[in-house]
Design a protein around this ligand. Structure first.
Ligand SMILES: Nc1ncnc2c1ncn2[C@@H]1O[C@H](COP(=O)(O)OP(=O)(O)O)[C@@H](O)[C@H]1O
Ligand SMILES: [Mg+2]
Length: 258
């Protein structure tokens, strides 16, 4: 077993990154996959969502970046946690992650810290998912360098598509310095079936990006908010909801990629 590593990122906030990371993890888990989620956002939304509160956590992804030693399999065993009632593992975030930029300033090879660390845990999982912060900095660079595929959730409204060019340009610049160019696939999220504008945006997305868009479209579903309010994922709230089914379909698409 050697895990496929997926970064879920977009410089825009509120587009469904965290929802995608957690729901996709659960959907892959339902297909028998072993999944590890790393919360790389200093806002700790994914961690709080699954009730791994940063102020109570004895370990976090920060330890990966501050450790003086190489990250061993035993080290991972100490920081990996299993959120209550869920079917995937997780390493929570910590607010102090936002100081990393300054703390790592002088560190050599600072962009590959996560990639090197992940090497010693890949054999224990089928998928490793990174919930990324919305700004381009040391954490996002580490996530992209360590990943096999970048998933870009895109909210289906006109402003979001406008922002897409910015993100793709960023990736082009990054790909020049990455050890191997990173593939990406966009995921249409929060699609409102009743809004004509949404349909036009979706068509635009498919026209512009062709196969680099997942066939699965994630529709609007209030059950997502219900799930986060209950500290769980949509499968616990309503496994036959549209949102639940959509992420199952995404999981199948992703499994079929390899
Ligand atoms: N498909 C969806 N339908 C309805 N609400 C959603 C959907 N996806 C996400 N949300 C809600 O939108 C908000 C922002 O989503 P989130 O995943 O936290 O975005 P990000 O991580 O990109 O900031 C959250 O309150 C979440 O519950
Ligand atoms: Mg988020």
């Amino acid at each position: 077993m050697s895990a496929k590593v997926l970064a879920i990122a977009n410089q825009k906030g509120g587009v469904g990154k965290t929802t995608t990371a957690l729901t996709l993890a659960a959907a892959l888990g339902r297909r028998g996959m072993k999944v590890l989620v790393l919360d790389l956002d200093p806002h700790c939304c994914a961690s709080v969502h699954v009730r791994l509160y940063p102020e109570e956590a004895h370990a976090s992804v920060l330890d990966i970046f501050t450790s003086k030693d190489a990250i061993s399999s035993d080290f991972w065993a100490q920081i990996i946690q299993r959120p209550d009632g869920l079917n995937f593992d997780m390493v929570p975030a910590k607010t102090q992650l936002s100081d990393l930029e300054a703390d790592l300033k002088e560190r050599k090879g600072k962009g590959s810290i996560l990639r090197n660390a992940v090497a010693s845990v890949r054999d224990r999982y089928d998928f490793i998912l990174f919930d990324c912060p919305p700004h381009l900095g040391i954490l996002l660079v580490n996530a992209l360098v360590a990943s096999d595929l970048l998933i870009i959730p895109i909210q289906t409204d006109f402003l979001a598509v406008h922002g897409l060019k910015l993100l793709v340009d960023t990736l082009k610049v990054l790909n020049k310095v990455l050890p191997k160019p990173l593939e990406f696939k966009a995921l249409a999220t929060m699609y409102d079936r009743r809004a004509n504008a949404c349909e036009r945006v979706l068509r635009l997305l498919h026209n512009k990006m062709g196969p680099q868009v997942f066939s699965t479209v994630i529709g609007l579903d209030t059950k997502f908010r219900e799930a986060s309010g209950q500290g769980t994922v949509i499968y616990t709230v309503d496994q036959s909801s549209r949102g639940a089914k959509a992420y199952e379909s995404l999981a199948e698409e992703i499994i079929a990629l390899w």
